[in-house]
Design a protein around this ligand. Structure first.
Ligand SMILES: [Zn+2]
Length: 453
């Protein structure tokens, strides 16, 4: 009989559980974190003229509400009614408004909501057809000038961001708040000029411009050295590799002698093992050069191709290159525990970057931050947004600030850390850790009003 009485009591307790953002501790910590001009370690906001999402609308070519959802992470998993060139917005919305019903709890949906709320004053959850039409019009107007991107960056309280340019060897940042990373993906495949046909991405074009010979593997290693030297001098602060969308993160330590004959041959003349061995050789060489020119190495781990993207596959490489600074992106999602363990075992040369993680899964990001802070020094964790358009950049940033503030407030309320320490950790993750790892970014700081710790 007793159990019959216990059930309603249990329901009563769970039904009144308060939202983690309703505590006074959260409110205090969030307010302090919001005041910190953040250093965002990874974005893809392309030069204004190259932004994705410009489509034919009834108003002409431009970015609209469809574009904002299409070029967000939402569309990778959830339903989005396609746009037909030149179509009327109301006609599209009459169908598309029903697309979001099954994504209501999804982080890929929810991370954009703060952008609509804070940048446009619209609650997307209760949006009316008239509000949707007006939102669409305002998005279109905003994307007429690059000033929109800057306004959003300022509103998100980001001082500087590391920009992944999908590789160009011209080293020019597209915005004054952007600092460049060198995307090294094409370097792994440059065994033949046909593999890197775009001159902006080609080590062969780079070598030709510098008057360097490029006929042998030894020449190629010398060209890579020169590329890194020039990149470091031009203000590039790190390397970025995102090949885990294409191949395994298992990089074997291959000797030059066994891949020298691969260089200069066309893909059709090679088998898969020869190509992998060449890529592996180059990757180890890049780790060596990263140490020589003190360029930390940001590596995409986890979600992407998924197979072969477990960060544990990098462990031998990491431990054999103790002078190379490795930054494990996305917290290794879904292998966040493994990522923490790798950083814990290699405190001298591994950092964890939670970039994109709250957007992938807010709850997993919270769990990961809780665990990582228990495993590694608080100097080893950073964050980034990983967006293509301004709304995604804003939403990803707000999501991260909320996630971090929830974690820190919970640790304080559980009496696991003092509030002053929580505030210090928050500032480290949002700002100080990136400036410590990429010290040359300090030269580009421009805010005069940064609150002291
Ligand atoms: Zn990215």
């Amino acid at each position: 009989m007793r159990s019959c009485w216990n059930l309603p009591v249990f329901l009563l307790v769970t039904g009144t559980a308060i939202h983690p953002q309703q505590t006074s501790t959260y409110a205090r910590i969030k307010a302090r974190l919001d005041a910190i001009p953040a250093i965002d370690t990874h974005e893809h906001i392309q030069p204004f003229s190259e932004l994705p999402g410009r489509i034919q609308t009834a108003r002409g070519l431009g970015v609209n509400l469809f574009s904002v959802w299409k070029h967000s992470y939402y569309s990778a998993v959830h339903k989005l009614t396609p746009w037909t060139d030149g179509q009327d917005f109301d006609q599209w919305w009459s169908v598309a408004r029903n697309d979001f019903a099954d994504a209501k709890a999804a982080s890929f949906y929810r991370y954009q909501l703060s952008a609509f709320k804070d940048l446009y004053g619209v609650d997307f959850e209760t949006i009316t057809p008239a509000q949707a039409r007006d939102l669409d019009r305002r998005i279109f107007e905003n994307y007429k000038t690059p000033a929109w991107i800057r306004r959003v960056v300022e509103k998100a309280n980001i001082e500087l961001m590391l920009f992944d340019p999908r590789i160009r060897f011209d080293f020019n940042p597209p915005y004054d708040f952007a600092v460049l990373a060198l995307r090294v993906n094409p370097l792994l495949l440059a065994f033949h000029p046909d593999e890197t046909p775009d001159p902006l991405h080609s080590p062969y074009s780079f070598a030709a411009k510098r008057g360097l010979p490029l006929r042998t593997l030894d020449d190629y290693v010398a060209v890579l050295d020169r590329l890194f030297q020039d990149a470091a001098q031009a203000g590039i602060v790190c390397l970025k590799y995102s090949g885990a969308y294409r191949r395994t993160l298992q990089f074997d330590n291959v000797q030059a002698a066994s891949v020298a004959a691969t260089f200069g041959r066309r893909r059709q003349e090679l088998n898969a093992q020869q190509i992998k061995a060449f890529e592996d050789f180059v990757f180890w060489k890049l780790c060596e050069l990263a140490a020589r020119y003190d360029l930390p190495f940001q590596i995409h781990t986890g979600h992407g191709r998924l197979q072969g993207s477990n960060p544990m596959l990098l462990l031998d490489l990491i431990e054999a290159n103790p002078r190379t600074k490795f930054v494990l992106f996305h917290g290794g999602f879904p292998w966040t525990g493994e990522t923490g363990a790798i950083a814990m075992r290699n405190p001298g040369n591994v950092w964890i970057d939670s970039v994109w993680l709250p957007t992938l899964s807010f709850s997993m990001a919270k769990r990961a931050l809780h665990e990582w802070l228990e495993m590694v020094p608080s100097t080893k964790i950073m964050w980034g947004g990983d967006a293509l358009l301004a709304e995604g950049l804003y939403g990803g940033t707000i999501f991260t600030r909320e996630c971090l503030a929830e974690v820190l407030a919970e640790k304080v309320d559980q009496r696991r850390i003092k509030e002053a320490d929580a505030l210090r950790i928050g500032r480290q993750i949002l700002r100080d850790n990136a400036l410590a790892l990429f010290p040359s970014m300090r030269k580009r700081l421009w805010r005069k009003d940064v609150p002291r710790e």
